[in-house]
Design a protein around this ligand. Sequence first.
Ligand code: KG4
Ligand code: ZN
Length: 336
Amino acid sequence: MKILGIESSCDETAAAVVEDGRTALAGTVASQADVHALYGGVVPEIASRAHCEAICGVVKETLEKAGTDINGIDAVAVTYAPGLIGALLTGVSFAKGIAYSAGKPLVPVHHIRGHVAANYIAHPELKPPFYALVVSGGHTSLMKVTGYTEYESIGQTRDDAAGEAFDKAARVLGLPYPGGAAMDRLASAGDKNAICFPISHVDGSRYDFSFSGLKTAVINCVHTAGQRGETLTETRRADIAASFTDSLVRSICCRVEALYDDRGALPLVLAGGVAANSHLRRGLSELAERRGVKLFLPPLSLCGDNAQMIASQGYYEFVSGSVAGLSLNAYATKQA
Ligand code: KG4
Ligand code: ZN
């Protein structure tokens, strides 16, 4: 069964064709990162307009690359939540139009479930149940995936997402948006013990995350140096990046550690844009090794927003009977 997936929840316009949830036949991503870099972050109205301009071409190119046309597709899956509302509506409206005109079923897909499903493409042996840790620009969530369409929330961020903290730290260190990947490289050159950044504890939950304190601490660290008239050397910037990253990784790993202290030893699946971070991957790999837990990491090519993951999850949503009518709406926030 071939599913056309469409993703437009933030600043990537993406389409893909995936067979039976596991085999990616084609995928295209049109990134708006360069446009938003001018403003240091995503400008929602510009994102919506850029999706409108790109979506026809991206879908057309994807169907061609997959060696098919819309008639060779069994269902159209689209991200309907969560994300920027105008950006989501572009993809949802386009998906409704193409599904209706071709007489194909329309399948709504939750973006976070999509991120997790990127691992189904990369790891044919992966099947629920497992724990999923989704770490992206907009979300940090720990979940139990009991079935392909059955999600139980275990913990989530009380304030900023990990990716948001990475992007703000990168910005204050003078790196261009989105700064996650550049922070990753800068941190590799620094000393993680140079500065003691906080590791948050959240009252009332062993599994909820909080990154706003860490974000403020790194901003204050750089601003204080500026107020003292200090120029940050390349070494000092690398030390700040390394120390910040170490605190963030340890604050994620201690939640996962608590989960394995308290509950059964299911496999762990990492997903989301920040899953590309080499320090987080190493921290979780060490944890999994220590605990004797099987860890599934997505390939770097499927960590950030893409439509292969939406088409993959779309397949499982479709076979579970989740089909939407033309009244399908988009939602800026929604539980996975
Ligand atoms: O999943 P994603 O593409 O979009 C959302 O659903 O939010 O995640 C984007 C986020 C951005 O904050 C970006 O800076 C971050 O993922 N990111 C990274 C790395 N690569 C991307 N953060 C840390 N290290 C990386 N290597
Ligand atoms: Zn995402």
